[in-house]
Structure formats: structure tokens, C-alpha cells
Ligand binder design. Structure first.
Ligand SMILES: [Zn+2]
Ligand SMILES: [Zn+2]
Length: 340
């Protein structure tokens, strides 16, 4: 079968690889129909993380089930599903309490399409077939009538944006929200969209990225152009989404005393300095961690089915499957690759 593969930094090719097979009765095989490029993928393909060997690309998708192990219940061949991008068993203590990003049964970062980070190749969604080790835990059927390409980003970046604001708005209903985008492009837009949908007061998006600011405005957020010098004001909820130190410190400075600064950022380059003395004095709660994909999907998919969240509004380019190798390196905000 064909698998989109990053063979070296900046070079992406279709490779012929052996198709996966069912290896246990709890597994599934799926055929991806629409795949969104995650914000981290451009970092992976550019060689920002050292590549030890070629790796399979893609971890956000809607797919069709083509085979199921004998013990799988509640799923059917032919069903369209969102595939959680993190592998999780659904049976351990961590999965039971919703911490599916850190399943007890698997090493950290057991994700599709992220071999440079985990060292383990789980396959990528830009493939003809993908093996799902725990079908019941990792597959969420989508409502009939919803387009796969509209839901392609739900498995990761869209739920990431949602969880960056949902628990905090539940605690502080109607609060103003500031989203800070500094080098990560789609997650902050999903966060702004979710904040508006969940009844935040004012939703502002601060960035030095004019394309992100323009799209934020179309989504209904107020764009704030900044160089991350002076703070934007003081907000009870701030979403820090990016990879720069000035952006991170701007996010913390823009959080009101006793407020929440939620980070969606992956800092791979070692330790990062934080103004802990100031944060302690002001009681700023800094929250960081990965989205729990499998646990969040049942919460987010109904909001999309109801039209309250529209992940497709963040998509800036849709290409056919055959165009993936070239399109995957383009800098557009949110790329979706689709096939019939
Ligand atoms: Zn991702
Ligand atoms: Zn587990």
C-alpha cells in the first residue's frame, strides 16, 4: 500500500509499504478519507526534531472501517469514524479517568505520525490502511450527513482548541478570553471559535501573524496585532499557543491575578524559564498538557453535529489525495487532504 512518508527534512514521498493486518481481536483496520495537517507536522517535516529515519505522516483523520477484530462491539464495517490520534487502551486506570493521552499500557507519545518524537512507528493517516490497536477506545462514529473533510481536524487540533477553554469557561462562565498565537497557527483559531461558541465574554486573539489575525476576525474574535512586548490587558482566561519565549511571557503577563493561563504548546527544546515568583504572588494558574483525544471526542462531536463548532471554518486549503506530497509542505494555516 502507499504511505505518505517524510524521507528527510523537506522531502515527502509516497512509499510502498506492507499493509497492516489485524493482530488481535480488539483491533480495527481503517481507510482514511480526509486528513488534516496538525500544527506540529510542519515542525516534524522541517527537521526541527531530529529524524532518525523516514516516518509516516498524518494523525488527524476521518476514516472508514474496513475490518474489525472478533471481540469489537458497537462498531460496524463501513462506518465513518474519527480516529483518536493517541493510541489508548480504554481499560486502564488512566483511560478510565479520561487521561487517554497517557494510557498506562503504552509508552509516552504513542501517537500516529510522530515517530520522530516517540521513536515508535504507529503508521500515519496518509496511508491506504491504518491499524487501530484498540478499536472501541479509539474510534468515534460521526453523525450521518457530516462531511469527512469538515471533521478531519477533530481528532487533535480542534479538540485541543476546545479543551483549552471549555473547562475554564465552565468554571468562570462568560469570562473574557485572550488567545495568543505565536508560531502555532490552527489550534489558537479553534480555541477562539470554541470560546465564542461556549459563551465567553469578549474573545480577543493576539498575534504577529496577519493571516491568523484575519481568520480570527472572520471567526468572530477581535484581532490584536502585537509584537508580544506590552501586555494586551488582563484577562481571566488566556490561551498560550506557540513556541516563542516572548509569546509565552506575554500570555502570562496578560493573565489577571488569580486567572488561568492555559498552554497548548509543546516545548521540545529543553527547559523554558517561567516568572514563577510573579505567578506565585499573583496566583496565576498555569495549566499545560496534551489534549486527551479519545476522551474528548464524545464531548466535541455532538457540538459539531449541532453546528455550534465548525472546524471547517478554520480550513484554509483542501487538496486531493494525489496532491499531498507537495501540498503538505505549504505554509497554509490548515490543510486538509481528501479522497472519495
Ligand atoms: Zn497533532
Ligand atoms: Zn489505557
Amino acid at each position: 500500500m502507499r504511505q505518505l512518508t517524510c524521507v528527510e527534512p523537506g522531502r515527502i514521498e509516497w512509499l510502498d509499504v506492507p499493509p497492516p493486518r489485524l493482530a488481535a481481536d480488539v483491533e480495527a483496520l481503517v481507510r482514511p478519507l480526509a486528513v488534516a495537517r496538525c500544527d506540529i507536522d510542519l515542525f516534524l517535516t522541517s527537521g526541527a526534531f531530529p529524524l532518525r529515519e523516514p516516518f509516516a505522516l498524518g494523525h488527524e483523520c476521518v476514516a472508514e472501517i474496513v475490518a474489525l477484530g472478533e471481540s469489537v462491539r458497537g462498531l460496524e464495517i463501513g462506518q465513518r469514524v474519527v480516529v483518536a490520534f493517541q493510541v489508548s487502551c480504554g481499560r486502564c486506570h488512566s483511560c478510565g479517568v479520561g487521561h487517554t493521552a497517557n494510557c498506562d499500557e503504552l509508552p509516552p507519545l504513542s501517537d500516529y505520525g510522530m515517530q520522530p518524537l516517540s521513536g515508535t512507528e504507529y503508521g500515519g493517516m496518509l496511508s491506504d490502511l491504518v491499524r487501530v490497536p484498540f478499536a472501541e477506545a479509539m474510534l468515534q462514529p460521526i453523525a450521518p450527513g457530516l462531511e469527512p473533510q469538515a471533521l478531519a481536524s477533530v481528532a487533535d487540533n480542534a479538540v485541543d482548541g476546545y479543551r483549552a477553554v471549555a473547562p475554564h469557561l465552565a468554571e468562570l462562565p462568560g469570562s473574557d478570553v485572550l488567545v495568543v498565537a505565536h508560531g502555532i497557527r490552527s489550534i489558537p483559531l479553534y480555541a477562539a471559535q470554541a470560546a465564542i461558541a461556549l459563551g465567553a465574554g469578549r474573545v480577543d486573539l493576539a498575534s504577529d501573524d496577519d493571516e491568523v489575525l484575519a481568520l480570527a476576525e472572520r471567526l468572530g474574535a477581535r484581532p490584536l496585532r502585537t509584537d508580544f512586548g506590552k501586555r494586551a490587558g488582563r484577562y481571566p482566561i488566556v490561551v498560550d499557543s506557540g513556541v516563542t519565549l516572548p509569546g509565552l511571557h506575554y500570555s502570562i503577563r496578560s493573565t489577571v491575578p488569580e486567572g488561568i493561563c492555559q498552554s497548548t504548546s509543546f516545548h521540545a527544546g529543553g527547559d523554558v524559564p517561567l516568572p514563577l515568583g510573579k505567578m506565585y504572588t499573583l496566583g496565576i494558574r498555569f495549566v499545560i498538557g496534551r489534549a486527551n483525544s479519545a476522551a474528548l471526542l464524545p464531548e466535541v462531536l455532538p457540538l459539531i453535529a449541532d453546528g455550534r463548532l465548525r472546524p471547517e471554518a478554520v480550513t484554509t486549503r483542501v487538496v486531493d489525495w494525489e496532491e499531498a506530497p507537495a501540498a503538505y509542505l505549504e505554509p497554509t494555516i490548515k490543510l486538509v487532504v481528501r479522497r472519495d
